[in-house]
Design a protein around this ligand. Structure first.
Ligand code: ZN
Length: 353
């Protein structure tokens, strides 16, 4: 919504010094202060926005409310974007256009460019959502500046296995993302809604870090695929105050959500995911990360071992899932993991960091 307002203002060449521009800015600022810059506009406000911009009718926007099933709920989390889309925007319109899909938790791979979304963090982290476009602009321009590439470039022979690992991970996440998109298109199906809940619960548990437990697989996958995590993602359990339910809705880093979706694609048996898992696992061995190839082991590495809070929570929630999904998850979670499977043939043991 905020992106739409700024585009309309830009198209009409309304500047902040103009009285209409000042009023537009005031409406946006008020939303930002009181509620959320992207949602919760009253009908009267939408009418006024249409009058001020004189453009496309604001009421015609398809989605005024936050995505009910699985939207990113925290005002500060909606800061992930496709860097190639933003580069295109800057070339075409000179400013970034924020896409509504970037606010959906399961949307972590750009469907146009098949690349992972980037999350603004560190020096680029916006203080308010209103200036995320400006931060993304600065990020994009500075990232493409030659001096930023000079340091810490990996050697070529390290780069190729890392890239194939990254591409396999993106491919798996994209399979799950497309599967969820299909489920969402079946708007009135109760079965589809319950399947989405099951996938969301799994992702919540896969991202949740329990005190005293080894770091879940999703975080490790992110670390190995994308390199070192930003500082705020390294801090560990003490910084994660939110509850287990909704963890994936609060997870700011799109790349961590991407890893959870990739694992979910394998656990939920999305078409072609098992072949992808084999390829991910062998690419992982090349760079020294162990990715389990059997589903019970993958499940345990993601949601925790027997007795862990997140695993118990997942099994408890399974009662509400469609029967075949519930049975499948119960079967996966009760299957024994043999010592042979636990022993990696190559590479390093499962990291504790
Ligand atoms: Zn893109």
């Amino acid at each position: 919504m905020s992106s739409w307002i700024f585009r309309q203002a830009h198209a009409k060449e309304i500047s902040a010094s103009h009285s209409d521009g000042a009023e537009l800015l005031r409406i946006v600022q008020e939303k930002e202060d009181l509620y959320d810059v992207d949602y919760g506009y009253a009908v009267s406000e939408l009418e006024r926005l249409t009058e001020l911009t004189g453009g496309l009718h604001a009421m015609s926007l398809p989605d005024h409310s936050r995505h009910l099933v699985w939207g990113i709920s925290d005002n500060g989390s909606r800061v992930s974007f496709c860097s190639i889309c933003i580069e295109d925007d800057i070339r075409k319109h000179t400013f970034p256009v924020w896409r509504v899909q970037w606010s959906y938790c399961w949307y972590t791979v750009c469907h146009r460019h098949k690349c992972a979304l980037t999350t603004l963090s560190g020096n680029y982290r916006p203080i308010t959502l209103k200036n995320r476009g400006r931060c993304a602009f600065r990020f994009t321009v500075e990232k493409n500046h030659p001096s930023s590439k000079a340091s810490a470039a990996p050697k070529r022979n390290e780069l190729i296995p890392r890239i194939s690992f990254l591409l396999e991970l993106i491919e798996l996440a994209f399979k799950m993302q497309s599967h969820i998109d299909n489920l969402i298109n079946l708007k009135h199906s109760d079965q589809a809604w319950r399947e989405i809940s099951a996938i969301r619960d799994f992702c919540d548990a896969a991202i949740f870090i329990e005190r005293g437990r080894v770091c879940p697989l999703a975080h490790d996958l992110t670390k190995y695929a994308f390199g070192r995590l930003a500082r705020e993602y390294q801090l560990g359990p003490q910084t994660r105050k939110y509850d287990l339910e909704g963890t994936s809705c609060q997870e700011r880093c799109a790349r961590t959500r991407l890893s959870a979706l990739a694992v979910a694609a394998c656990v939920f048996g999305v078409e072609g995911a098992l072949d992808g898992l084999q390829r991910l696992s062998s690419a992982g061995r090349e760079i020294g990360v162990l990715v389990p190839v059997t589903i019970p082991w993958l499940y345990t590495a993601s949601v925790g071992g027997v007795g862990s809070i997140s695993r118990n929570w997942c099994l408890d929630r399974a009662r509400g899932y469609p029967i075949e999904i519930r049975d499948k998850l119960l079967e996966i979670s009760s299957a024994p993991i043999t010592p042979k499977e636990m022993a990696p043939t190559k590479g390093i043991p499962y990291s504790k960091s």
